[in-house]
Design a binder for this molecule. Sequence first.
Ligand code: EPU
Length: 420
Amino acid sequence: MVRLKIQGGISLHGEVEISGAKNAALPIMAACLLTRERVQLHGVPRTTDVDMMVQVLQHLGMETNWVEAHTLVLRVVDDRGHTVPADCIEAMRASVCALGPLLARRGAGHLSKPGGCRIGARPIDAHLKGLRALGAKIVETDTTVTGSARELIGSEVDMSVPSGSTVLGTANVLSAAVLARGRTTIEHAAREPEICELAGFLNSMGAFIHGIGTGRLVIDGVRELHGTSFDIIPDRIETGTYLVAGAITGGDVLVRDAHPEHLGAVLQVLTSMGVELTEEAGGVRVRGNERFRRTDIVTESYPGFPTDMQAQVMALMCLAQGTSTVTERIFPERFKHVAELRRMGARIQSDGARVEITGVEDLAGVEVTASDLRASAALVLAGLAARGTTMVNEVEYIHRGYERIAEKLRGLGAAITEVA
Ligand code: EPU
């Protein structure tokens, strides 16, 4: 069990560099299955989810080499495999985005069905509906999905789900449609920056995708894609997390390589809470305040407030004046951090997918247990601000999406150490 020990109450100062976006890197890496040529990816974050995708791809006959700290070279050396290993799917649901590329390039794909996870039910019905619309034959059992396709054919596909659009569903269908015969139109495509990044990557391999950044992607299929060299954008959620770290500790932090244009809703919420944010040449500077103002957030598909920043902003709400609310529209059960924040002295009332947070003067350092990636981040943020020592147990989740988080926070002056 990995634990983080945090001595709270220290203002963070200095500069922190943001790593590449995990949620862009994962579908982009899977899309490397679409060519036999060499692909070089720059700005790949060194997180455990990326390691897991490397394992998936190696299993599927890909050679992978880290040629620099964040530069990964990938090349298919054996294209006979069709099966995404069950343990990989179980460990990381994003392994599912190998299915579209496998169908498009190898004519078959097999995986065990990802179940729900700690942030709630996570079906893949929309992925499968989209791939079927392209002509793939998909056979489902209770536990497995097997797809086959002699040829994919361009079609009209709709990626809407009750909460908006599915992100990895769009990634899967987009990564299949690029090699389909004729034109595919994806309606209600996810507009997240990570999907734009995937589309830009596919175009750099020779695909024809139009409408990037809109809810309607038009793809003219090509027979083959070629190798490429591509830079991955900085991680907007890691950026947002460090902005909250600066704010919650009343510090002064320059978050380098931040792309504020990807963080509109988050910056708006932080500003409304009284966090001072300034855009500078190298990134975004955050300065914290004595006490923050209450606010309300509702998580939505991009460009709405991201569910992946909900827990971290809730940590800040715990210390704001007045009662804030959080309504979770993407994953209504994504509140595992609530019980742990309460143990630190937070006043939080939950009512299904809506939570009320009444700010307190301070939080107390205690022993808490992490339950998923963003919940872990929220507990670390609360610990940085709390009185005394916070011990975050089972914090290995945090390494799925944050590269060297303890080291980066120490660089800003935090007293945080990993203990076994
Ligand atoms: N949904 C369906 N049917 C589907 C797919 C999704 O009903 O076939 C529903 C889900 O139950 C959920 C909503 O649609 O209510 C949105 O889920 P989505 O498919 O967009 O999520 P995802 O693609 O599986 C990605 C990110 C998540 C992030 C969500 C939402 C990656 C690798 N994962 O997941 O990231 O929370 O989009 O923005 O890109 C994280 O980084 O901490 C993380 C969980």
